[in-house]
Design a protein around this ligand. Structure first.
Ligand code: ASP
Ligand code: MG
Length: 410
């Protein structure tokens, strides 16, 4: 018997009708000789509702109790889906993360899976059942912990790895991975396949379709992720190893992150240790910094600018102001009205024209670039928030991303 792991996200199981739809689909698509393990998220926005409930009784509630609370969301779905399957004549059983043998490192709210004891799952499968597992949760000794928001994707891929399933299907409310969010670029194209590396960049840049850690895990274990729609039967996008890719377009995706803010320390002394002091303090405050630019102002001072998540701006300002005082100099300025637009593609390696084309696409619309950062397969620009959507559209158009074979760059 081979095994397939299928994961259904919150929008796919948002109400009883949708749960019944998922149950029917699981039965219809069950292949002879193939066992099915299903991983589900909490129904609709129920995790957000649980967080809101917690905030009503205690702001900054205890992490252990938060995990105890949030883990209940997925438990509602597993029981309902198992019942729906049974009511349609399909033997099924629901298992919590702990019952499914998912062991974590024990960090509340951001656990990593350390191992899976799959005996229970195998025993249930042997009895002809579809096994429905709660995503997003696991066990450390006798404590239930969660994997972090969006963690059900990771639960699914981890289970696929542990069970020796070559493919993990992630069912969602979109038809696959697109060259850009179709709400921003209506003629964005669905990709037939994308490499792990590109998907990891896209996911980290805020493409909501997959949890970045699930892509990392799939890459490590050579599992193909098939992102597809719960409500359509056609194939979606395969996330897999780069050697199997058919196309070599320079760019495969454009992303837009509106949830960014810029902070700058102007006129800081140009001497060793200043950046270390600043970013140590920011790191200690639990704030992740994204882009960093240091520019030379004169002989004796520099400007250091960086971006953080918009929600961290107030905290960052306080830390930066304190550091400016400590190091004797520097004025702190900030700007919440920015956005980060990025392009991703393994095909940009060795093609220097890609960066200049991106800048040209922006300048052709008179959009000013405030900051730039690059990695091997990614280029990001910070632009004014009010023009960010237009920036993404102009880049998408400039590279011809709506076409499956892009015009060659000179
Ligand atoms: N229910 C959790 C969340 O909303 C996990 C998930 O859906 O992946 O973050
Ligand atoms: Mg999700």
């Amino acid at each position: 018997m081979s095994i397939i792991v299928k994961k259904f996200g919150g929008t796919s199981v948002a109400d009883p009708q949708k749960i019944l739809h998922v149950a029917r689909r699981l039965i219809e698509t069950k292949q002879p000789g193939e066992d099915t393990v299903v991983v589900v998220s909490a129904m609709g926005h129920s995790t957000d509702h649980l967080v809101a409930l917690a905030n009503e009784v205690a702001m900054d509630g205890d992490q252990r109790e938060m995990d105890m609370l949030l883990a209940t969301g997925e438990q509602v779905t597993i029981a309902l889906l198992a019942m729906a399957l049974q009511s349609l004549g399909q033997p099924a059983i629901s298992l919590t993360g702990p019952q499914a043998g998912i062991h974590t490192d024990g960090l509340y709210g951001r656990s990593r899976v350390v191992k899976v004891d799959a005996d229970r799952i195998h025993n249930e499968l042997k009895q002809g059942k579809i096994v429905v597992v709660a995503g997003f949760q696991g066990l450390c000794v006798d404590e239930i912990t969660t994997l972090g928001r969006g963690g059900s994707d990771t639960s699914a891929v981890v289970l696929a790895a542990a069970l020796g399933a070559p493919v993990c299907e992630i069912y969602t409310d979109v038809a696959g991975v697109y060259t850009c969010d179709p709400r921003i670029v209506p003629n964005a194209r669905k990709l037939t396949e994308i490499s792990y590396e590109e998907m990891l960049e896209l996911a980290s840049l805020g493409a909501q379709v997959l949890h970045p850690r699930s892509v990392e895990c799939a890459k490590d274990h050579g599992i193909v992720i098939h992102v597809r729609s719960t409500f359509r039967s056609d194939e979606g996008t395969f996330v897999k190893g780069v050697e199997a890719l058919e196309t070599q377009n320079p760019v495969n995706g454009v992303t837009l992150d509106l949830n960014q803010a810029k902070v700058a320390l102007l006129n800081v002394p140009d001497r060793p240790g200043v950046a270390a002091t600043l970013f140590q303090a920011i790191g200690k405050a639990g704030i992740s910094v994204d882009m960093i630019i240091q520019s030379v102002r004169g002989e004796i001072t520099n400007d250091i600018a960086f971006t953080v998540a918009a929600g961290d701006l107030e905290k960052t300002k306080k830390v930066a102001e304190q550091i400016a005082q400590d190091i004797g100099g520097g004025e702190v300025v900030f700007d919440p009205n920015i956005a980060k637009v990025s392009i991703v593609g393994v095909g940009m390696v060795g093609r220097p024209a890609v960066a200049s084309s991106m800048f040209e696409a922006l300048s052709s619309r008179g959009i000013n670039i405030q900051m730039i950062s690059t990695s091997e397969i990614k280029i990001s620009c910070v632009v004014e928030k009010a023009r960010a959507k237009e920036a993404a559209q102009s880049i998408h158009e400039f590279f011809g991303l709506e076409q499956s074979v892009q015009p060659q760059l000179v």
